[in-house]
Design a binder for this molecule. Structure first.
Ligand code: S3P
Length: 162
């Protein structure tokens, strides 16, 4: 089975759905943020603070390229689509976009401080979501509008694509 790459904005449920999907299919689950933490021995927040976003994007690129091509579910960071080379690399993979509305995302993440971009008061996150939308859609093999869908229904839909 070809690996499923799950993309979407912060707070769209990539990790929750990815883990549930991997459990259902009895295959491995990996999360690019977790791979970066293992690789660097640092939290994502610390990487942004001490090395900057650019360095984080380099780590993200590197772990993405080393994800298994088969029998795996990969949850990616919301900004994986920022780099054109990542989009090109993902373009021929099996990519599921979990599309959530700004309202749902804002409701879910509220005062979340663990995500440096979300916690950054100087950044307009709604504009960021809008600017990324076309990039998610550009590389998605499948798009699931997650509004009103239970995690189980989302998992079932993804399985129906395989
Ligand atoms: C980011 C999303 C985060 C994490 C980092 C940057 C982004 O992952 O990779 O904080 O640029 O949207 P999640 O989408 O899993 O929160």
């Amino acid at each position: 089975m070809k690996t499923f790459y799950i993309i979407g904005f912060m707070g769209s449920g990539k990790t929750t759905i990815g883990m549930a999907l991997a459990r259902t299919l009895s295959i491995d689950f990996v999360d690019t943020d977790e791979l970066i933490k293992i690789k660097t021995g640092k939290d994502i927040k610390d990487i942004f603070a001490s090395e900057g976003e650019q360095a984080f994007r380099e780590y993200e690129r590197d772990v993405l390229l080393h994800t298994p091509a088969r029998h795996c579910i990969v949850a990616t960071g919301g900004g994986i689509v920022e780099r054109m080379d990542n989009r090109q690399w993902l373009a021929d993979k099996r990519v599921v976009y979990l599309q959530a509305s700004w309202e749902s995302i804002a409701q879910r993440l509220k005062e979340d401080q663990s995500r440096p971009i979300w916690a950054d008061q100087t950044r307009d996150k709604q504009a960021l979501l809008e600017s990324r939308l076309s990039k998610y859609l550009e590389i998605a093999s499948y798009t699931i509008n997650t509004e009103q869908l239970s995690p189980q229904k989302i998992v079932d839909q993804i399985i129906s694509f395989s």
